[in-house]
Design a binder for this molecule. Structure first.
Ligand code: GDP
Ligand code: IMO
Ligand code: MG
Length: 410
């Protein structure tokens, strides 16, 4: 059975949601395996816009199902909002979502802690404020709450009291809800989600089903935001590479392909190094045309040129087998387009960074290529061929608009 992963190969927002939504009709399961409500995956279903933060981008018109694996951190309030919105348009869809009981819960305390930390930092990361870092911090320091704790109210309350004691000791009396209030809030959300049919099932329970059916793994963020390999500390707190599929019980060796999604240019939200960032007015033009404003926070995205060394790095870090290029249409009508083909690092030219620190020292070496008026033009095809030659990956699909069907296969 076919199994592929679609991941971001830049700094997030490459159009993963749109691509997953396009592929989803051919897959039985769409599996999110990392991150949480920091993600914002924009999809269009019959022309109506949806932004998925936690829900896998399943196709409501097929019988596909969505799984939220143990690698995720789940904000039940956000989840309920998304399921309710989907339910109002597609009654009964809630039953098609499954959460692994091993996943961790993001609490309102985590969202508050996220903002407290950002205010304390000398150099703020520019997080989404969704509580992601603090939830993963509690997971790693063994204070976290797992989804299965919702099934044992006694333990849940005890855990909340323990966690609150620690949080108050570390941050003072800065949180808006006490353990009892959080407990009531969680129970209400749990009951509403269960009433909508959302299932709790581990990847072990589902494995026989997974093995018999096609699987589409939907990455979140992008390789350059990966906790281990991205531009640390300006990264998210989870894995963004395809290797995260391990949290759903698979290895990348069991996949038929790892598709890295890239824009025809580059964007980044939040702080941190961005070698090809453009500060001239062309960046504003691209931002406006490409509607480059965060799908989760609405923040303007920083804009720059295509960065091939970063993509070669993403390929190496995440075992990419193919590329998918989106948003070439946004550059329609530009006379010339700059592409970074190498970096100058410590005075020497290098094609691929070998450690994330290299990104901080990199000065882009640009090549200027001719622009195009339409993605059907020869100049655009030349651009795609340049990407293929320079990355030694084939570009198997090209997206040329936000609509689900605005894709061609090469
Ligand atoms: P994701 O986080 O990777 O799923 O990407 P986002 O949804 O955050 O951002 C991508 C944005 O670009 C969304 O507004 C999409 O609707 C839009 N988009 C996706 N592909 C294309 C494309 O090929 N052309 C244009 N113009 N917009 C696109
Ligand atoms: P999708 O899945 C773009 C960025 C934030 C910040 C850093 C850390 O839509 O591509 P966090 O809230 O995760 O602690 O923030 O990571 N970031 C994203 N940028 N797309 C995303 O998700 C992102 N998720 C987090 O802007 O710089
Ligand atoms: Mg996004």
């Amino acid at each position: 059975m076919k199994r592929i992963a679609v991941i971001g190969a830049q700094w997030g927002d490459e159009g993963k949601g749109k691509i997953v939504n396009y592929f989803a009709r051919d897959y039985k399961w769409v599996i999110r395996f990392s991150g949480g409500a920091n993600a914002g995956h924009t999809i269009y279903i019959k022309g109506k816009k949806y932004v998925n933060h936690l829900l896998p981008s399943i196709d409501p018109h097929s019988d596909s199902k969505g799984f939220l694996s143990s690698g995720m951190v789940i904000d039940l309030e956000e989840m309920l909002k998304e399921v309710e919105k989907m339910e109002s348009d597609f009654p009964g869809i809630g039953k098609r979502f499954y959460i692994d009981p091993e996943a961790f819960i993001t609490l309102p305390w985590h969202r508050e802690q996220d903002l407290l930390l950002e205010n304390m930092r000398k150099k703020p990361i520019g997080t989404t404020g969704k509580g992601i870092g603090p939830t993963y911090t509690d997971k790693v320091s063994r204070e976290g709450l797992k989804i299965y704790m919702l099934q044992d109210e006694g333990t849940l309350f005890e855990k909340l009291e323990e966690l609150y004691t620690l949080k108050i000791a570390l941050f003072g009396d800065k949180f808006s809800m006490n353990p009892k209030e959080i407990f009531d809030y969680l129970i209400e959300l749990r009951d509403k989600l269960l009433k909508l049919g959302v299932n709790l099932a581990s990847s072990i329970e589902l494995m026989a089903n997974f093995k018999e059916n096609s699987l589409l793994f939907e990455g979140a963020q992008g390789v350059m935001l990966d906790l281990d390999f991205g531009t640390y500390p300006f990264v998210t707190s989870s894995t963004c590479t395809a290797h995260g599929v391990i949290s759903a019980g698979f290895s990348t060796a069991e996949l038929d392909g790892v598709f890295g999604v890239i824009k025809a240019y580059t964007t980044r939200v939040g702080s941190g190094v961005f070698p090809t960032e453009e500060h001239a007015s062309i960046a504003d033009i691209i931002r406006e045309r490409g509607a480059e404003f965060g799908a989760t926070t609405g923040r303007p995205r920083r804009v720059g040129w295509l960065d091939l060394p970063a993509i070669r790095y993403a390929k190496a870090r995440s075992a990419l087998t193919h590329l998918i290029v989106t948003k070439g249409d946004v550059l329609n009508g530009l006379d010339e387009i700059k592409v970074c083909v190498a970096y100058e690092i410590d005075g020497a030219e290098r094609r691929t960074p070998v450690v994330s620190r290299d990104l901080f020292k990199a000065k882009p070496v640009y090549r200027t290529v001719r622009g195009w008026n339409s993605v059907k033009d020869k100049e655009f095809e030349d651009y795609i061929k340049l990407i293929e030659e320079e990355t030694e990956l084939s570009v198997s699909y090209v997206s040329y608009g936000p609509g689900t069907e605005e894709v061609f296969e090469r």
